[in-house]
Design a binder for this molecule. Structure first.
Ligand SMILES: Cc1cc2nc3c(=O)[nH]c(=O)nc-3n(C[C@H](O)[C@H](O)[C@H](O)COP(=O)(O)O)c2cc1C
Length: 349
């Protein structure tokens, strides 16, 4: 049995399950595993601070990752660009990656999902090379909206779909702090025909059944896939997922706004700014050296130092009970969702 939705149809994928972008880290092996298992994965906007210092650019890394993916799977996949005004290489990625895709027929055939986040939903639509790619391929542009007013902006930018992400999620968050439950209802009520992927706190078949019932066409999972055998994340990070509790994360201020981190020695010393205005004032006083220091904390955790590094994880770690292979994770979620949907349908007489 399969669950068919507007999103599975749009991308020609078997299951309504998408993997979240998790930059600045590598998710290349994860992309292959999720796409091969019938979901849709997205290459993160990768670039570790040591790579920047060695002169490697996110554009170069993205191209290498795309080549790797099409060598290892024939299935659809996507990529993420962090569109923040302070994200390194945002405009270079928006210009060069669509061009690179057009020059590589296999990548063009398989790369169907362009996801922008943490900044303007107009970044990609205003890139000439992306406009050309859109005219000559089946690529779809989604943008991450963590608040209703940001979903309005996505629609105004003529996106093909949106990732609606609530405050429970790991990593980048908005200042609004609206939960996934409320935000998904707000957006699906206002835009019932828009393809929507529900994100933030989703890790189980129950959550997939709930998201589909509320009008989403798929779920997007980050923390659940970090806790998979195939993900590139360090075993030390995987080892905290089970046994962590849902309350073991904290919201603090990161480079591009609030981020949700696992509670440890590092995150418990960080502050949380109250608003975007405060954050911009803080940024104006942040030296480039301090920014580099923060980025080093991400890499420290990624390399396995989970006490002193910044470990990005969401509240869903409290409902992830084991580290499994990606096909098993997806299989379990689909089977549980089907069971829940059937049980609930039987309530109607
Ligand atoms: C390690 C990590 C890195 C992340 N990096 C990014 C990123 O580069 N771009 C982005 O749009 N979101 C990023 N996020 C947020 C995820 O895309 C997604 O919204 C979140 O993981 C969903 O919540 P979940 O962890 O409960 O599944 C990151 C999340 C994690 C856990």
């Amino acid at each position: 049995m399969v669950i068919k939705t507007n999103i599975t149809e749009m991308f020609g994928i078997k299951h309504p399950i998408i993997s979240a972008p998790m930059g600045p880290f590598y998710t290349t092996e994860l992309t292959v595993a999720v796409s091969e298992a019938g979901g849709l994965d997205v290459l993160s906007n990768t670039g570790l601070i040591s790579e920047y210092e060695a002169g490697k650019s996110p554009v170069e890394i993205m191209k290498e990752n795309m080549k790797y993916v099409v060598e290892h799977t024939d299935k659809p996949f996507g990529f993420n660009i962090l569109a923040s005004r302070i994200a390194p290489s945002a405009s270079a990625l928006a210009k060069d990656i669509p061009q690179f895709i057009m020059e590589n027929p296999k990548i063009k055939e398989q790369c169907m999902y362009a996801l922008t986040s943490a900044g303007s939903s107009k970044l990609l639509p205003s890139s000439k090379s992306f406009q050309k790619l859109r005219e000559t391929s089946n690529i779809k542009h989604f943008h991450v909206a963590p608040a209703l007013w940001l979903a309005d902006k996505c629609v105004a930018s003529n996106v093909d779909g949106m990732v609606i992400t609530g405050n429970e999620g790991g990593g980048h968050q908005s200042y609004e702090r609206v939960t996934s439950l409320i935000l998904l209802q707000q957006v699906t009520q206002k835009y019932p025909d828009m393809p929507i992927a529900a994100c933030g706190g989703y890790a189980t078949g129950q959550a997939l059944a709930a998201a589909l019932s509320m009008g989403a066409g798929a779920i997007v999972m980050g923390s659940r896939f970090i806790g998979s055998k195939e993900s590139e994340f360090h075993d030390a990070i995987k080892s905290v997922i089970p046994p962590a509790r849902a309350q073991d994360t904290v919201l603090v201020t990161g480079g591009f706004g609030p981020i949700r981190l696992w509670k440890n020695k590092y995150s418990l010393t960080r502050d949380l700014v109250a608003s975007k205005e405060d954050k911009m004032a803080q940024e104006a006083q942040t030296s480039p050296e301090e920014f580099v220091e923060q980025s080093k904390k991400y890499e420290l955790a990624y390399r396995g130092n989970i006490n002193d590094g910044a470990v990005l994880l969401g509240q869903s770690i409290g409902i992830i009970n084991s580290i499994e292979r990606v096909p098993d994770i997806i299989d379990d979620i689909i089977k549980t969702a089907e069971k829940r949907i059937k049980t609930v349908s039987a309530y109607i007489n």
